[in-house]
Design a protein around this ligand. Sequence first.
Ligand code: SF4
Ligand code: SF4
Ligand code: SF4
Ligand code: FES
Length: 1002
Amino acid sequence: MQTAPALNEKRNGIAPMEGSSVVSVIIDGLEHEGSEGERLVDLINRAGVKLAQVCYHPQLGPIETCDTCMVEINGQLVRACATSASNGMSISTVSPKAHAARQEAFDRILSNHMLYCTVCDNNNGNCTVHNTTKLLAIEHQKIPFQTKPYEVDNTNPFYRYDPDQCVLCGRCVEACQNVEVNETLSINWDDPHPRVLWDGGSTIGESSCVSCGHCVTVCPCNALMEKSMLGHAGFLTGISKRALNYMIDVVKGVEPETGYGSILRVSEIESAMRESRIRRTKTVCTYCGVGCSFNVWTKDRHILKVEPSEGPANGISTCIKGKFGWDYVNDPDRLTTPLIREGDGFREASWDEALDLVARRFTEIKAQHGPDSLAFISSSKCTNEESYLMQKLARAVIGTNNIDNCSRYCQAPATMGLFRTVGYGGDSGSIRDIANANLVLIIGSNTAESHPVLATRVQRAHKLHGQKLIVSDLRENEMARRADLFLHPKPGTDLVWLSAITRYLLENGLAHEDFLRQWVNGLEEYKKTLGPFTMEFASQTCGLPVETLEKVAHMIAEASGVCILWAMGVTQQSQGSDTSTAISNLLLVTGNYMRTGTGAYPLRGHNNVQGAGDSGAAPGTLPGYQSVDDPEVRSRFEKGWKVKLPSTKGLDNHQMVDAIHQGKLKSLYLEGEEMAIVDSNANHVAAAFSKLDFFVVQDIFFSTTCRFANVVLPATPSLEKEGTFTSTERRIQRLNQVFEPIPGSRPDWKITQDIANRLGANWNYAHPSEIMSEMASLTPLLTGVNYERLEGYKSLQWPVAADGSDQPLLYTKKFNFPDGKARLFPVSWSGPVEKPNTEFDLHLNNGRLLEHFHEGNLTYRVRGIQEKTPDTFVEISPELARERGVQSGTWLLLISRYGQVRVRALVTDRVSGRELYMPMNSTESPVNRLTSSITDPVTHTPAFKEASVHMQVLPEVGESPLPRVNPRFGHPTPQHGVEVERKWKRADYHLPGSQLVQIQQK
Ligand code: SF4
Ligand code: SF4
Ligand code: SF4
Ligand code: FES
């Protein structure tokens, strides 16, 4: 008698099965344990019984299109993928009936797919069709292969579809409809020749496909393939199409004689040969804060493909950037030698010369003007270990707390709002907890474009599991279009309607009194401050009807769990910290903390913006948010680092710029930030840079900021280094080195160490793991973090205790204050500082685009992304376009109080009235030439979203800035997954094995 191994070991976030009772089943005469309701196919797989299953993918669930998983239970043939385990079930996988049914089903599969494995780029040991042919010991097909009357579709820059290889399993459709929820794909089951359709029959290139790659990732064969694989993966696949066709003919020609067995044996030899030259390295995405992880397949320096499968945040999911956005790594413009300014230009220098110069100038400036005349900025693109070293260099080697990172530009107000109310500056749960919410409220976040994979989990829960969605934004973005309720408040007024709703809930008996009594301090004082926030005041201030606001209040009160997601639409306002606080206050008043499906989720923008702050790259806090003015904290670090540390808070990014203008700050060392165009009021920032005595910029390309540098140091991208990133879920994940650094470049941590050592530090880190161990030893938040615990796809969500236990859900037992209780923190309303007037009469909003990241220094180097989204633009409402005589493609001059940019118009109903929207992705026309130096007074985060402009219509009219191949112009075809029932209704369909059963019965 056998027993099944441990249950529920690791599932990737889509179909959790927790809390079910244990059942006993018999599989082919042996007893196994499973859980009640578990999919039989999972139980059979765990038992180690080999069963065909072409269309089944654990993260997609049963889609029942292939019929290759048939088993016999009590004389009945059933699909194992669609049958739930129950106690006492007796299953036969080996009965003649089950065997014959699977053979018949797979024969139909092969009639749709030409087996030419040896010359196929998908012959990598993981092709489901190949492996099933072998498992079922197929020698010859009963139903011959039939070509389909369609051409191969090559119109997407990243992948292609070959209908003749498509086995119509529908995995891609399910992934697109119900995991990515872009709803582009379907199968025309009613057609004589079914195939996969994009937008019901468009070419891929002109469809709504957002190139997320889900479909390609889950395709069980070579029907959908990354173009980067084609001709590169195999030893025999790079040959000419003509020669390849001859070879396919040869394979088909010998099949009648030899059978598939020997053909597969040859292909397996070729597949094994590939092992020696194809590397698969797990890494973490370098773009946004969702924290997708995946294997990168490489052959020498060629990226064959990105394969997401078991990442704890993403499973099979990616967006266009993580799946296909890597051309920049091998871009010929990469910096490969240090540069030293000479007059108006630069000359190449050796590393020794450049580093010596940096050390000499830092020493001179420190000697002449003191340590606080130098400042350091780390990058949220760099690893935790690199940010840790950067702040250690500033504090322990130079002796200043002038250290910051770009979370100042986006996340600091959200962190502040949470510090004030619940005690930790991080998301209160995981992406899974958001998916579990009964109601999701998104405020000021273009989630589908800024955090695409996270957005898919909300879209899926909304589409399939009855989750409600409210979106508040100036634009009717993708999430707003799906929402049950879309609010469009006046710019910068979220604080008011949030506070009014909170007051309404409290006054109408809709607050969570028990939760407030048990877990929250400061209720009475807080209530007193809500006086001004009546519904009428909110309605007038925000431009939202009272009824709508009441509806929102009741939806929140009635929901069993509410998650609030917010981003830069909230934080980049002059009241960003207070609005973030109001969000947390609302959650506390309604008891929406301390369990799954609830909580506060400020969505972190860059891949490691959470980690840069966690690692101490901030002027007031050492790693783990330990205050620099706390003597106990300082003495711990002083002991660890064996130096005396400065005790007063340093300058943040914003103050650094002012201090340069004032002549107080003489030198800046900037790592991996395009600050000259991503900081607000870019002209003001650039003017500051040109006043610096000594400016060091470390980057992988010669950025706009590099133009102001005295020394430019060539660093390496994430694929060329080891380290860790911390995602928006507080999830710490390891990235492994995919490539050697290109000659001449060095990982940032090594450069920082080289500089520190030239300044006498004597650091000897041989590997980032040693840096992490040191950081963990000094940082209670990270005590239990080490590289062994982060091996492979393992991850940790801080805080991490010494025994390695972490906290995916924060605040399960207490809030992070000494008495364990949260605090309601009163906020008042002052309103946006910069408002439109008669001269600057239009409000200018800005934000991200799906295809590009931030200013676009990386993504504009990806050829396929260029094709889809070649340039920036400004979105203009149809009514304003009519009024000003503007059409898509009209050139405009946008003029603000701070600068001007020339940009093409895109007329769209995503925006309305006199509100414009400009993506931040441009180095030629950066939106930040128009934004101001006004900041949130608490965190000094610039009010990027408070901009007013005058629009001058220029005489030139160009082409629309977005080409027809941009997915915005597609027409999705939403449906309930693959809709296999339509296949079952076909006249030529019968359940495999059923005719055999009828014959036996006769
Ligand atoms: S959006 Fe495009 S790439 Fe993504 S799953 Fe759908 S068809 Fe595939
Ligand atoms: S293209 Fe889609 S339907 Fe065709 S084999 Fe691949 S996943 Fe299955
Ligand atoms: S950019 Fe964000 S959503 Fe896209 S793959 Fe990378 S981490 Fe995932
Ligand atoms: S695996 Fe069960 S029907 Fe395809």
